[in-house]
Design a protein around this ligand. Sequence first.
Ligand code: URA
Length: 237
Amino acid sequence: MRLDKFLCKSTDLSRPEATRKILQGAVCVNGEPVTTESTQAHEDNLITLHGIVLTPRASRYVMLHKPPATICSNINEAYPSLFNYLDLDRAEDMHVVGRLDADTTGLVLITDDGRWSFDIIRPQMKCKKVYRVGLRDPIAPDAALRFEQGLQLQGEKALTRPAQLEAINEKEVLLTITEGKYHQVKRMFAAIGNRVLSLHREKIGAISLDIAKGQWRHLTPEEINSFATDKPAEATP
Ligand code: URA
C-alpha cells in the first residue's frame, strides 16, 4: 500500500494532510525519513509519524444493494453517488469493486482493501458474475450457444470469454460472465441483435445479494475469504 494511504488508514488524516506530513519529513519507515508519498509501505515495515508507531485500522468489506439512478463513483455527479447509502466512518476511503452502470441495480462490493479488490477484478481470477437481464426481444434459440462460443464485441480484439445463459422466460435470462469489460452485458446482447432493458447483478463469486434495495451489510469472514488466493482477510464486526 502507498505510504500516504497507509497514513490515512492508521490516523485521522485526510489524503492531502497525509501527503503534507510525508513531504515535511514527519514520517519514518524503519527509522529513516521518507518524503515520497507514493513509496510502498509493507506490512513488516515499522512506520512512525512524529516518532509514534502507526498501526493501520482493520479493512472493511461490505455489500450494498445498488438502487437505479445511482453511480459507483465516490462523489455525486449527474446521479447521486452510491456512497450516500453507506453510513460508515471514512467511507470516502473505500471504493467499489467492479462498477455498475447508473441504470444497473444489484450487488456491489465495497472495501478499502485494494489487494482484495484487485484479486476479484483481475482477469486471471475469472471471477463469476451473475446478472438477471430483461430483454426487448425474445431470446434467440441460438443465443446460449453463441454466448458459450464467445462474441466479437465492437472495438475488442479478443472474443468474449465463454458465458452461460439460462432462460427464465422468453424475455428474461440469467447470464454468467467471468470478465468485466465496459458495458459488457449490454454490448453482448447488442452483438446478437437484442437490447437490454433492465440489468441486475445477483452474484459475484460465491457472494449472493440478500438485502433490500439501498441497504448494506458487512460481509462475513467466509464471504471475504471466498476469493482468497493465499492470505485470508479479517472482517470488522
Ligand atoms: N454490463 C453492463 O453492460 N453494465 C453493467 O452495469 C454491468 C455489466
